[in-house]
Design a protein around this ligand. Structure first.
Ligand SMILES: [Zn+2]
Ligand SMILES: [Zn+2]
Length: 272
């Protein structure tokens, strides 16, 4: 049975509302906690102690909203595919059980992580970088609002992995929604600008420092969750693990001391 234009518009509205809503809540909470309320107390944990450029949260937010709009259009397209029975999306958890429900979240993470590594390397091809990916790298000192701040072409590439997965694997919409929330939390942490993980995690997981170095140097550090392909392909920066250790040592040393105001102009908002 064909769907109506009203159903299509309603679906797009609901998808966009949920996506933007959870992003604003999660990125907003981290931004408030670290960049506003915790700015002085957490200063030793700030990755860029003397950033070359200022944070640009307003521009980051504007481009994140644009990307989320495009993600929503593409996810609504997936709903159309499903409407015509072209995907393996299922709506009753009992069809595959709770084990697969949770396992499918991990499977999506592993597929997306590998896809992201190679898609991200493609984005760093000089011709593609100049025209498309350069925008994300304008944010040399990223805040949580940069998590989805992409050029529109990049936003489409970022979400393209979802369609083949939905065509080939049985995915419950609830598992997909949970995956998106996990993705947003971890992506926001990658763009946090403050390091919160212990040093041993750096070896195997993508930390805020890992991705922050990618923003400042635009070299290596292409992964999303696990530090696997970057290790296999030798695309980790040699001083990455030492840098995390330095931040944690600085935080340990500062503990118990009176927090000080960061130097003037070190972290400020550039008007756009
Ligand atoms: Zn980034
Ligand atoms: Zn990049």
């Amino acid at each position: 049975m064909p769907f109506t234009l009203f159903e299509l518009a309603t679906t797009l509205g609901v998808v966009f509302g949920l996506f933007i809503g959870h992003f604003v809540l999660i990125a907003g909470a981290f931004y408030l906690g670290f960049w506003v309320l915790g700015r002085r107390r957490l200063a030793p944990r700030r990755i860029q102690q003397q950033p070359l450029r200022a944070a640009r949260p307003r521009k980051e937010f504007a481009f994140s909203v644009l990307s989320i709009g495009l993600f929503s259009v593409m996810l609504t397209g997936l709903w159309v595919f499903d409407h015509y029975g072209l995907t393996r999306i299922y709506w009753d958890v009992a069809d595959y059980g709770w084990t697969w429900f949770f396992a499918s979240i991990l499977v999506m993470a592993l597929i997306h992580d590998s896809y992201y590594y190679w898609a991200h390397r493609f984005m760093h091809h000089p011709r593609v970088f100049r025209r498309v990916h350069k925008l994300h790298h304008e944010f040399h000192n990223p805040t949580p609002w940069a998590s989805y701040a992409f050029h529109p072409w990049e936003a489409i590439v970022e979400v393209a992995w979802v369609l083949p997965v939905a065509l080939l694997l049985p995915i419950h919409p609830g598992a997909f929604a949970a995956y998106i929330v996990i993705l947003t939390v971890l992506n926001v942490i990658s763009h946090l600008g403050y390091e919160t993980y212990p040093s041993w995690i750096a070896r195997w997981f993508i930390t805020s420092t890992h991705h922050n170095l990618h923003h400042t140097r635009a070299k290596g550090h292409f992964m999303l969750y696990f530090n696997i392909w970057d290790r296999i392909m030798g695309t980790n920066q040699h001083d990455y693990e030492a840098m995390i250790e330095t931040i944690n040592a600085r935080a340990r040393a500062a503990r118990g001391q009176t927090p000080t105001e960061p130097p003037r102009g070190e972290v400020h908002v550039t008007r756009i």
